[in-house]
Design a protein around this ligand. Structure first.
Ligand code: AMP
Length: 212
């Protein structure tokens, strides 16, 4: 199983990828999580990426493609993978095709989680995440436990992401419409796109995904 999850920030790509990973033992590759880990560890990549991320801009293609290359061809991906947040530009999509070709394989599907901008803003301003394990909460629908400990890893590390403020979310949406939405046509023209309504509750979206 080799899938790309497409959609605006806050469309539920990470949440759904976590469920599919558990059900099918495939790797969940989130370029956002990989970058945040690099920022936390203050690696050269993290230092370079941080300013772009804080402003809601895309990190340059070259850095992202180099970061993803070893991961996709590594042991963790032998049963397949879900790419969450990659590719985000046409050059990234083309680089992915080349990389998979070199590996003698190809994508099975690109799933687009369709969510309108105002739903994104409302979801992301109420999103909380565990900075240790990446677990996702929502203050209205799935609030963090009262003792503040993450249900998944038990750490006291549930935070609001720095880029989940309304101004940065609006910038990220603009970047999505300008640079990432053209990939919908890229995958449609290759016969790979499936479109799913991502506005419902998590289990309803998962059920739609299972039909694909
Ligand atoms: P995400 O967690 O997917 O919302 O990503 C958070 C931030 O990381 C984005 O706003 C970008 O700054 C950066 N980022 C993640 N994935 C990519 C990518 N494929 N290309 C460029 N920048 C990315």
């Amino acid at each position: 199983m080799k899938l790309v999850f497409l959609g605006p920030p806050g469309a539920g790509k990470g949440t759904q990828a976590a469920s599919v990973k558990e059900a099918y033992s495939v790797a969940h590759i989130s370029t956002g999580d990989m970058l945040r880990d690099n920022v936390k560890r203050e690696t050269p990549l993290g230092r370079e990426a941080k300013a772009f991320m804080d402003e809601g801009k895309l990190v340059p293609d070259e850095l992202i493609i180099n970061m993803i290359r070893n991961t996709i061809s590594g042991d963790a991906c032998t049963k397949g993978f879900i790419l969450d947040g990659f590719p985000r530009t046409a050059p990234q999509a083309e680089a992915l095709d080349v990389l998979l070709q070199e590996m003698g394989t190809s994508l099975d599907r690109a799933i687009l989680f369709d969510v309108d901008d105002e739903t994104v803003v409302s979801r992301l301003t109420s999103r909380r995440v565990c900075s240790s394990c990446g677990a996702i909460y929502n203050v209205h629908f799935d609030p963090p436990p009262e003792d503040g400990r993450c249900r998944n890893c038990g750490n006291l590390t549930i935070v609001q992401r720095k880029d989940d403020t309304e101004a940065v979310i609006r910038k990220r949406l603009q970047v999505y419409h300008d640079q990432t939405a053209p990939l919908i046509e890229y995958y449609t023209s290759r016969g790979l796109l499936s479109r799913i309504d991502g506005t419902g509750p998590k289990d309803a979206v998962l059920a739609l995904l299972a039909e694909r």
